[in-house]
Design a protein around this ligand. Structure first.
Ligand SMILES: NC(=O)c1ccc[n+]([C@@H]2O[C@H](COP(=O)([O-])OP(=O)(O)OC[C@H]3O[C@@H](n4cnc5c(N)ncnc54)[C@H](OP(=O)(O)O)[C@@H]3O)[C@@H](O)[C@H]2O)c1
Length: 210
């Protein structure tokens, strides 16, 4: 498949690019600092800032699925990167007639009902601490859900730079533990599955964790 990854220099995004290439896909890596990426077979690197008007024009031409791995530098003062950035991405997704869009969001957006009582409490407390980040991501999720196309919203638990287990829990309303770290690689695998291989996840919010 032809897949574009936005936020391709990030901790998750660069792993999504690596996994997609390893699986034989053609990948367009979109980054505002493309010099941080190394070139490779079946890889196109495109310079794009999701906050600059026209910053993504043409980036998704011929692409079948776009995965957004963008994120703010600081969760306590996130600005409007997610809502504004996803607006730009979806505008270009629509123009380029991309079939499927996958948004990396976060378990903090859950209302907690699918989780254990303790974890519901954890999500509610963290939602208060990171209220601005949650509000910005919620706007991005709402925009995604309104799109007349195939979409999947993936909500990972806390992520960590540790070896992939290859076994994790993922699915709509999956009962995950928000504070038990999942490896970035396992999260990348889940995002790629959402883009390429999971028709039952279409139009759903998928939790991923341990
Ligand atoms: N890390 C976690 O524990 C965790 C857990 C759950 C959910 N999440 C969410 O998952 C997403 C990805 O997380 P992460 O830890 O992989 O994030 P990250 O390492 O901070 O990467 C964020 C990516 O977004 C890019 N970006 C930021 N502003 C941009 C702009 N204006 N235009 C284009 N690209 C821009 C960054 O590019 P530069 O390299 O140029 O800065 C980077 O590639 C975020 O939304 C995060 O909140 C993270």
């Amino acid at each position: 498949m032809k897949i574009a990854v936005v936020g391709a220099t990030g901790a998750t995004g660069r792993r999504v690019v690596q996994h997609a290439l390893a699986q034989g896909h053609f990948v367009t890596a979109v980054a505002r600092h493309p010099e941080r990426l190394s070139s490779g077979e079946r890889l196109s690197i495109v310079c794009g800032d999701v906050l600059s008007p026209e910053g993504l024009t043409g980036a998704f031409d011929g692409v079948e699925a776009v995965i957004s791995c963008i994120g703010p530098e600081k969760n306590l003062s996130p600005g409007t990167l997610m809502s504004a950035g996803v607006t730009s991405i979806l505008t270009e997704v629509k123009r380029a007639k991309v079939r499927r869009f996958v948004l990396q969001s976060g378990i903090g957006l859950s209302d907690g009902y699918e989780l254990s009582r303790l974890n519901r409490f954890v999500v509610r407390v963290s939602g208060r601490i990171f209220a601005a980040a949650v509000a910005d991501k919620a706007a991005a999720e709402r925009m995604t859900q309104k799109m007349d196309m195939e979409w999947v919203i993936v909500r990972p638990v806390v992520l960590a730079d540790k070896p992939a287990k290859g076994r994790y829990t993922a699915g709509p309303l999956a009962r995950v533990a928000p504070l038990v770290p999942l490896s970035f690689d396992d999260c990348a695998d889940c995002l790629l599955r959402a883009a390429t291989n999971e028709p039952n996840w279409t139009g759903k919010i998928v939790n991923v964790g341990s």
